[in-house]
Design a binder for this molecule. Structure first.
Ligand code: S3P
Length: 443
């Protein structure tokens, strides 16, 4: 879906200064469109992320009957209601969007309709069995390419079976897909989460009037939805995405002399692992003006360039910073000593094999590092950082992380494809330029 491939290079230079707000949270944006579709009546969404991934979800929801329109700055969704979704008339193209695909699979599995999903080369490599298998237990018929990869077709049963399912991987996407299917199953559907993952689905389901409970148990957190309850429209305010804020935050820490204010960042505890880690590394980050916005805590984060030091990031922190390891690896490249990151097995199945892509990017730019199946060690302050070209493998976060590296490097860092950043962070280059970064994009 992204436009023509364009390389981009970031150059080291002066300090970064100013005030920024990054776009809306991607996880919340997908969910807001989906839940508004499942409610009967009109929901309004403020601050929706208008990136390619979320636009793919909007198209999917329209294909199932929702009316989605702009009213000034707001997105207005007229939902069709649980149980009343239309069958899409044609194939749904999710582009690069794993979250959109997996959560929509859950929605379709809860309805007696069929849908076929396709995506770009990155999405077509990603495993869908983790979602397809529990949905099959609920009665859905899922047919996919080998390895349960896209293209994939799914047909929901007349009456989905409520199930109890223990998550074999710490994945909010799998949890959410099952809960979405459970919304239209008669009875209680329970997901047991041994390791907590982001809880946006549960929070937002409650806001849309669904019956959802979270109960700790010796096995882990039990999240239960009671199906076939009507959902009511809700107005949603989407806070700034902490996974996008990570880029100016790390840039501000590693470019000498910088001072930034990054505004309105969501600080949901299931998303703050990077902030915790950067503070442990000695990063001068101050959380200011903490407040509540639409059921989430948000705050402004003041960033002052800091002398970072290497730390060990424990495996149990991974779910709360799963998308932030590439940019943490960049921070680690400028920290004194070695940073060790553990529990990274899920990085292998993101938009790219992120562990391999990060390692290759570090190698191309002279940063000493070592990797294993599920860990990464980065040793900072190499004599000369930069000068390399990084292959992005259709992965927006690889592109943005290495452009951040370039802003603090001795020689420019090039990424082979900047167009991929449109999937989650439209305006990244302009925002970084506005605070003083030098990034050149090929014409
Ligand atoms: C997401 C969950 C995470 C994350 C992804 C967004 C979500 O994936 O990496 O970018 O919105 O639920 P997993 O659930 O596969 O860990």
């Amino acid at each position: 879906m992204s436009g023509t491939r364009r390389a981009a290079s970031a150059h080291g230079g002066g300090a970064l200064t100013g005030d920024v707000r990054v776009p809306g949270d991607k996880s919340i944006s997908h969910r807001a469109l989906m839940m508004a579709t499942l409610a009967v009546g009109r929901s309004r969404i403020d601050g929706l992320l208008t990136a390619e991934d979320v636009m793919a979800t909007a198209a999917a929801m329209r294909a199932m009957g929702a009316t989605i329109a702009m009213d000034g700055e707001q997105v207005v969704v007229d939902g069709v209601g649980l149980g009343a979704l239309a069958e899409p008339e044609t194939v749904i193209d999710f582009g690069n969007a794993g979250t959109g695909t997996r959560l929509t699979m859950g929605i379709v599995a809860g309805h007696p309709i069929a849908a076929t999903f396709v995506g770009d080369a990155s999405l077509s490599r990603r495993p869908m069995g983790r979602v397809a298998n529990p949905l099959r237990e609920m009665g859905a018929l899922v047919v996919a390419r080998s390895g349960d990869r896209l293209p994939l077709s799914i047909r929901g049963p007349q009456t989905p079976a409520p199930i109890e399912y223990r998550l074999p991987v710490a994945s909010a996407q799998v949890k959410s897909a099952i809960l979405f299917a459970g919304l239209n199953a008669p009875g209680e559907t329970t997901v047991i989460e041994p390791v907590p993952t982001r809880d946006h689905t549960e929070r937002m389901l409650a806001a849309f009037g669904a019956k959802v409970t979270r109960t700790p148990s010796p096995d882990g957190l039990r999240i239960t939805v009671t199906g076939r309850q009507p959902m009511t429209p809700c107005d949603v305010t989407v806070p700034a995405d902490p996974s996008s804020a990570a880029f100016p935050i790390v840039a501000g820490l590693i470019v000498p002399g910088s001072e930034l204010l990054v505004r309105d960042v969501m600080l949901n505890p299931s998303r703050t692992g990077l902030i915790t880690t950067l503070i442990e590394m000695g990063g001068e980050l101050t959380v200011e003006n903490e407040r509540d916005a639409g059921g989430e805590t948000i705050a402004d984060i003041r960033v002052v360039a800091s002398r970072l030091k290497g730390v060990t990031v424990p495996a149990d922190r991974a779910p709360s910073m799963i998308d932030e390891y590439p940019v943490l690896a960049v921070a680690a490249a400028f920290a004194e000593g070695t940073t060790r990151m553990e529990g990274l097995e899920e990085l292998r199945v993101k938009e790219s094999d992120r562990l391999a892509a990060v390692a290759a990017g570090l190698a191309a730019n002279g940063v000493p590092h070592a990797t294993g199946e599920d860990w990464l060690e980065v040793t900072g302050r190499a004599a000369r950082i930069g000068g390399g070209t990084v292959v992005t493998h259709l992965d927006h976060r690889i592109a943005m992380s290495f452009l951040v590296m370039g802003l603090a490097a001795d020689t420019p860092v090039t990424v082979d494809d900047a167009s991929v950043m449109e999937t989650s962070f439209p305006g990244f280059v302009e925002l970084m330029r506005r605070i003083g970064g030098t990034i050149e994009v090929e014409a």
